[in-house]
Design a protein around this ligand. Structure first.
Ligand SMILES: [Zn+2]
Length: 576
């Protein structure tokens, strides 16, 4: 029988990080039939990869695309991932997943996590993880998708936004829902301990819930309880959870230790991070004040190293830009959300409450344990953050504007602008924090991802809003092109490893992230000389260059640079 596809004459970067070798790849059905030299092989389709590199399809290990993947527009809107070589999306990160969500919890999830929804809203046509998977497979998927189960949604199902520990009955129901989800194929548990209501949980709750994963050996993937001065305590907490339960740990966006107030003064943050770089890289950066920069981050790294020596498996991810995205609600004192949204909005209408909140924002410093200290895990506030996700016609002009400019436009202060916009948009606004200075941003991004245990990701929200982050267009190509090739920060083979076999191992995606006989035929063929990111915050809608061919499960999706939106070659990757 003839083979389906022969990729010949390419330089194989197989995902392991070893130097590229010349090799042909034969694809039959959804698998790789063979790898080697096959001058006489026949196939119905031949891709001549002379001068090109042949790699496993890239895995975006941390996204918030899960609610969007059910949208019929996703193959078009998400073209930018194909064009940076991505074939697999991991979703359900940071404590929020689209399932299991009971009908009574839908509204709460929508209000709190709306930035991950399609801009024209979402109708839940599923409740359990199995139903969500069936729904996606029935509708068709442009990508492979692996999904974590979120602690926050498990909690919302049973306890809404309440600040209290679960009863024994609720605990056992949460565990039951997690088990059912993992049995249906969810790949692990995620936490978002910065967010409500996850921030109201204590360590015991996470430890007990994660005990469900032990029999599967599935990972705990965690947005820790804050990324500020208590980052080391937050990391220590989840190391403990993983160690007790004998499961792997994955730290989402591992980057922490910035003191409260850093974001209230961007210049201060910039100088701190510049100092950090000077310390780490020995570069002659302009700012040389002797600041103890990000001490909690380095203390956390020591804890991670010690835990690894005790046998705990720990990985992490980061994006190659200095930026972060989250709900504007995360700027409020955590306890404000505890009574639900009607109560939150009522409080925000009260001028006295507003004054008290402003005072708290100006003085609160996260302390461990957070649950005994008003649940503050981070206290961010910054006039230079950018806002997005507006639904109200009158506010749409604020899309991607700086908070301080919006406040000026409205003739009020920063705090009251936040309160007013939360009320006007019923909480459904997100903010983006990013550096204007691309050089500093690039250096810090490069430093963050240079750790051999760091996988690459996009962490994307607001994917179909007017001004999306350039990360969604070029995180992977930036690492391959600008970082690996142009700056020589790592070999392209090593960059590929961080996008393929490393995340596949972290998320336990079997037979993915590697090119070898018998593995799934997720393949990205790119030009190592021209591959690059072209998007920036100023000009985000620019596809990456240099990705020539992409196969998902053996099906061509991108051929000679032409994308087939109708291929729908993806599938749900279920844990096995
Ligand atoms: Zn997160």
């Amino acid at each position: 029988m003839d083979n389906d596809i022969l990729i010949k004459n390419g330089m194989l970067m197989d995902g392991t990080g070893t130097p590229a070798v010349r090799a042909d790849v034969i694809v039959r059905g959804d698998r790789i039939e063979d790898v080697g030299a096959f001058p006489d092989a026949k196939a119905s389709e031949t891709i001549d990869a002379e001068g090109l590199a042949v790699a496993p399809g890239f895995i975006d290990v941390h996204t918030h695309l899960d609610f969007f993947l059910t949208c019929p527009r996703h193959p078009q809107v998400m073209e930018r991932w194909i064009r940076q070589g991505v074939t697999t999306i991991v979703a359900g990160n940071c404590g929020f997943s689209p399932a299991p969500i009971l009908p009574e919890a839908q509204e709460t999830v929508d209000k709190y996590w709306n930035f991950a929804f399609p801009s024209d809203g979402l109708t839940f046509e599923w409740s359990t993880m199995a139903e969500y998977f069936d729904h996606m497979n029935r509708n068709g998927l442009a990508y492979n998708v692996a999904v974590l189960t979120g602690h926050n949604v498990l909690r919302m199902n049973l306890m809404g936004m309440q600040e209290r520990a679960p009863t024994a009955g609720e605990m056992s129901e949460m565990k039951g829902m997690l088990k059912e989800s993992v049995e249906a194929g969810s790949i692990g548990l995620s936490t978002g301990l910065l967010y409500c209501p996850g921030c109201f949980s204590r360590t015991e709750e996470i430890t007990e819930l994660a005990s469900v994963l032990t029999e599967y050996g599935a990972p705990l993937v965690t947005h820790t309880r804050g990324m500020s001065e208590i980052y080391d305590e937050a990391v220590k907490e989840v190391i403990g959870v993983a160690e007790v339960n004998r499961i792997p740990l994955h730290l989402s966006h591992h980057f922490g230790g910035l003191e409260t107030g850093s974001l209230s003064n961007p210049l201060d943050l910039k100088s701190k991070l510049t100092n950090l770089l000077a310390r780490i890289m020995g570069e002659d950066f302009t700012v040389k004040r002797q600041l103890k920069t990000m001490p909690a981050h380095f203390r956390a790294n020591e804890l991670i190293e010690q835990a690894r020596q005790r046998g705990v498996e720990i990985g992490h991810d980061m994006l190659p830009w200095v930026c972060m995205f989250t709900s504007l609600l995360a700027m409020l004192p955590p306890r404000m959300c505890a009574g639900g949204f009607d109560k939150l909005f009522e409080q925000l209408r009260d001028p006295e409450v507003r004054q008290a909140v402003i005072k708290e924002k100006q003085t609160a410093v996260p302390k461990w344990p957070t649950w005994e200290n008003d649940c503050w895990t981070d206290n961010w506030f910054d006039g230079s953050v950018f806002l997005g996700g507006f639904r109200q016609e009158k506010n749409r002009r604020y899309e991607n504007m700086r908070l301080c400019d919006i406040a000026r436009d409205r003739g009020t202060d920063l705090y009251n602008t936040v309160f007013d916009l939360i009320l006007e948009e019923e909480g459904k606004v997100f903010f983006v924090y990013r550096f204007e200075d691309q050089t500093i941003s690039d250096w810090i991004g490069a430093w963050a991802i240079s750790d051999p245990n760091c996988a690459i990701m996009t962490d994307i929200v607001g994917v179909d809003y007017a001004n999306p982050s350039p990360v969604s267009y070029g995180a992977f190509t930036k690492v391959l092109g600008q970082f690996a090739r142009d700056k020589g920060m790592m070999t392209q083979e090593e960059a590929i490893r961080k996008m393929t076999s490393l995340p596949a191992r972290q998320m336990q995606l079997k037979d993915r992230g590697i090119i070898k006989k018998g593995a799934f035929a997720d393949i990205t063929v790119f030009n190592p000389k021209t591959v690059k990111n072209c998007a920036s915050f100023k000009d985000p809608h620019r596809f990456s260059e240099g990705i020539e061919h992409v196969l998902i499960n053996g099906k061509p999706v991108l051929e000679n640079g032409t994308y087939d939106t109708k291929a729908l070659a993806g599938t749900v990757i279920k844990r096995t």
